[in-house]
Design a protein around this ligand. Structure first.
Ligand code: ADP
Length: 266
């Protein structure tokens, strides 16, 4: 058996997917990064190998993607993130025409056609359009865990409106709502709508039409409150992959296998 690994070293988490000669993931890992991205990428790789009882010598080809893809030194190649997201998502959901990916420190909207990526827009400049916005407000101001955000916000019937475009000013707005005893579920739902509006607006400004099927991926897609906010603003359902953080790692693993087999290396 020949094995291939795709590694996505993101800004917040590192992910690795192991593929065999055919079929889908044989093993995978998702690991929260330390400050040392190279070490986190290496650990995610090792964790995925351990799950399958493999050693590095068993792996024929390794390709990396993600924000920190060049920090590791054991990959054979690197690939840009957007095509890896596209490849992995289409493998799982072939009818996908739009990807909304919200990670820890960036967000992307990718429009696909039959040939692949048609256009995309990305924000990695401003925390307010990324998972960082929710992380910072949840832990810093509301003192709750991010895993609680979804359920809490689904209990809201009256989300607050956050007008600030910036995380720091949004913090002040939320503190003033808290001082007026606004129920926390309305605040959390308001945070979700604020992030969802910003991400959708980014896509619309780039002329992306949000054609069906729309797939929502990245760690923030685990948050059911964000799923609801995006669905309500788009006016249609989105599809969440079973492991929404793994799409780029799966895509780059598939590219590792396809590239290796095409070149006929053995
Ligand atoms: P990246 O690829 O940019 O490193 P990920 O796609 O792994 O990031 O997403 C990380 C983000 O996902 C973080 O902002 C984190 O708070 C969020 N996240 C992960 N799991 C959950 C969860 N269960 N509920 C809410 N948010 C989550």
């Amino acid at each position: 058996m020949t094995y291939y690994v795709g590694i996505d070293v993101g800004s917040t988490t590192s992910k690795a997917v192991v593929l065999g000669d055919e079929g889908g993931a044989e093993a995978y890992s998702i690991l929260r990064n330390s400050y040392n991205l190279a070490e986190s990428g290496r650990k995610a790789f090792q964790m995925a190998l351990d799950k399958k009882g493999l050693s590095e010598n068993d792996i024929s080809y390794i390709v990396a993607t993600g924000y920190g893809r060049r920090t590791i030194d054991f990959q054979h190649e690197v690939e840009p993130e957007v095509i890896c997201h596209a490849r992995g998502t289409v493998e799982l959901i072939p009818a996908c025409r739009t990807i909304i990916d919200i990670g820890g420190q960036d967000s992307k909207i990718i429009e696909l056609d039959d040939k692949g990526v048609k256009r995309f827009q990305m924000n990695d400049k401003c925390a307010a359009g990324t998972g960082r916005y929710l992380d910072k407000l949840a832990k810093g101001i509301l003192e709750i865990e991010i895993e609680q955000l979804g359920d809490l916000s689904l209990r809201s019937s009256n989300p607050i409106h956050i007008s600030s475009q910036c995380t720091v000013f949004a913090e002040s707005e939320i503190i003033s709502y808290l001082s007026r005893s606004e129920p926390i579920q309305n605040i959390v739902a308001g945070m979700h709508y604020s992030l969802a509006r910003r991400v959708i607006q980014m896509g619309k400004a780039a002329n992306i039409k949000f054609k069906k099927d729309v797939v929502f991926s990245g760690g923030v897609a685990r948050n059911t409150g964000m799923v609801k906010a995006i669905e309500n603003l788009l006016g249609e359902q989105v599809i969440i992959p079973e492991e929404p953080q793994l799409t780029a790692a799966l895509g780059v693993a598939l590219m590792a296998r396809e590239g290796f087999l095409k070149r006929g290396v053995s």
